[in-house]
Write a protein that binds this ligand. Sequence first.
Ligand code: PEP
Length: 249
Amino acid sequence: MRDQIVAGNWKMNNDQNETQSLLNELKKYNKPEKIRIIVAPAFTQLSQSVDLLKDDIITVAAQNMNLAVSGAHTGEISVNMLKGVGVNLVVLGHSERRSLYHENNLTLAGKVNTALEAGMEIIFCFGEQLEERKSNRHFNVVKEQLSEALFSLSVAAWSQIILAYEPVWAIGTGETASPDQAQEMHAYIRSLIQEHYNENLAQKVSILYGGSVKPGNAEEIFSMQDVDGGLIGGASLNSDDFMAIVNAF
Ligand code: PEP
């Protein structure tokens, strides 16, 4: 049985007071024990969030980290800084990092290694742009993203990896991949893992879908065989919406 996971990517939203209110609201809900629930606040709110959630099953992830472990990287945050505030999970490769901050598959392969060596778990994001889907290149793009960033890893390292397929055209646009489109890609991703590694590993890796998941569409998407949960942007900023999605399994 794979982990079922709902993760909220807060992006550059929620200051200290907003973080406190949202987390206090989330803490009040009864939560299904079998679902892993994760929130990814901004760097400046990580310590506060870990503290506020210490008696809750919700865990805290960072949205990014630097490739280097320390040194002359003004304005950056290292893996050990994250671990130092109790964060053991990091989102890497989000499409906004790729498009706005020029992160590519090779940079990401390096970040994945840095995170793994420090014992971190990773939510690794990838997915095609609209033109790539329109020109029927989406499978090749995803294959390249995974091959270049992850397929040199050992089988053992995959116990620290959660995949998040996020078609870029569906992120923050209100346009969701249909459940069939999500299933088709998730099954393809599993087939790639099987080809490069083995069937056992392919069946173990959790693959989340991300892209305009809302309370109204989560159930249908999560019911697909190879979809193990969601990475949620906009809807994770509202406690009722986020928990409705958590309860959509
Ligand atoms: C995201 O940012 O990863 C995301 C999926 O955003 P949204 O849910 O708003 O489309």
